[in-house]
Design a protein around this ligand. Structure first.
Ligand SMILES: Nc1ncnc2c1ncn2[C@@H]1O[C@H](COP(=O)(O)OP(=O)(O)OP(=O)(O)O)[C@@H](O)[C@H]1O
Length: 351
């Protein structure tokens, strides 16, 4: 389905902009609202095709900055230069509960933006499928749940298609997991097609998959900038595998298994359900999952479960200005201990 969306949108966007030298540049941008200095000398550069993620505690200024990028607010001082092409999509404010159905609202929004009826019909259908809008397309906005309203808001922001600037305030908030996956995959494709994205978001799923830079805001100022490389140092996603062997059939008697670069730890447990078998608990980096599964099966074991572990990004530390990898590096030490102790548990048979 995602592929068909891409195809559909590409047809209407033959002139995906060349990314060279294009983007958005904020220099020393400040804003006062009432008595509060809401933004204080913000510098930010987002190149065409990049994703910048704003993080920060409540009230740190993320939404204000997004509204400024959208042109809803003007800076008191400083400058905002924009040299990127393409249509913009904004979901920076909540959707008003107007007396229309989702379908009517999306249709009107698309037509106001000049999208032809033929293209618009297809986009609404494809995006509604992507976000599992189902029957909510015919429901009136005031009757929608918070999460469904958020889906409609996202769809209206995505209607112009890839290639321009997308400004999204907490796009995954309130969305169910399949819709989160769908939107992150789509944004990844659109980024590849030259879409610039600036989003306030606290979900590691989006940050790990899309962020080229993370900007940590604190009380209206930038506390830290982190690059894609910094984020990647937080570690690849970890997969937990449980496998079973007959007691006595020791998986670790072949050291080549545990010495595979992707194996982070291996612990042997007695299987409480079957006393004549051992349950092996593996932690492996995501890209080695297939290799490890093949090894387990080839050595006579059976696979009980394969689970994606939670992200290694520790948001709380990130908000305090710590490096994204601060927890990942601690994890490595712990697991090398696990690995050796598991081999000891197994009778020191890993030779
Ligand atoms: N119109 C306004 N008048 C006065 N103060 C305002 C106005 N709008 C926002 N503020 C203040 O600006 C600060 C930043 O608000 P903003 O909504 O940008 O924060 P945020 O980081 O998006 O917060 P949250 O995570 O809760 O959405 C807050 O202290 C807020 O009270």
């Amino acid at each position: 389905m995602i592929r068909s969306i891409r195809g559909l949108f590409k047809k209407a966007n033959q002139d995906v902009p060349d990314s060279s030298g294009r983007g958005m540049l904020l220099q020393q941008v400040s804003k006062r609202l009432g008595n509060a200095q809401v933004l204080d000398e913000i510098n930010l550069e987002v190149k065409q095709g990049e994703c910048a993620v704003l993080v920060g505690r409540n009230g740190s200024g993320k939404s204000t900055l997004l509204r400024m990028l959208a042109g809803i607010l003007l800076p008191d001082t400083g400058s905002i230069q924009r040299t990127m092409k393409g249509s913009d999509g904004y979901a920076v404010d909540g959707l008003p509960r107007l007396p229309f159905t989702s379908g009517e609202y999306l249709w009107d929004m698309g037509r106001i933006r000049g999208i032809s009826p033929e293209v618009l019909r297809g986009r609404i259908r494809e995006l509604s499928e992507l976000l599992y809008l189902d029957t909510a397309i015919d429901q009136k906005l005031p009757l929608l749940s918070k999460g469904t309203l958020q889906k409609v808001n996202l769809i209206q922001a995505l209607l112009p298609g890839p290639g321009g600037l997308l400004l999204l305030d907490e796009p995954l908030s309130g969305l169910d997991i399949p819709a989160q996956e769908g939107i992150v995959s789509l944004l990844g494709q659109w980024k590849d097609e030259g879409t610039s994205i600036v989003t306030a978001c606290h979900e590691p799923l989006l940050i790990e998959r899309l962020a080229d830079q993370v900007i940590v805001l604190k009380k209206g100022s930038v506390l830290r900038y982190w690059s894609r490389e910094d984020i990647l140092q937080a570690g690849e996603p970890v997969v937990r595998i449980q496998s079973l062997t007959k007691a006595g059939e020791d998986l670790v008697n072949d050291l080549s298994i545990v010495q595979q670069p992707g194996v982070l730890s291996l612990v042997r447990n007695t299987n409480s359900e079957k006393s004549n078998s051992w349950l092996w608990d593996w932690k492996v980096v995501q890209q080695s999952t297939d290799d490890v599964l093949r090894m387990i099966l080839a050595s006579g074991g059976s696979v009980v479960s394969v689970q994606q572990e939670e992200s290694q990004l520790h948001m709380e530390s990130l908000l305090e200005g710590q490096h994204p990898a601060v927890h990942a590096s601690r994890r490595g030490v712990t697991e090398s201990v696990d690995l050796s102790s598991s081999m000891d548990d197994a009778g020191g048979e890993a030779k």
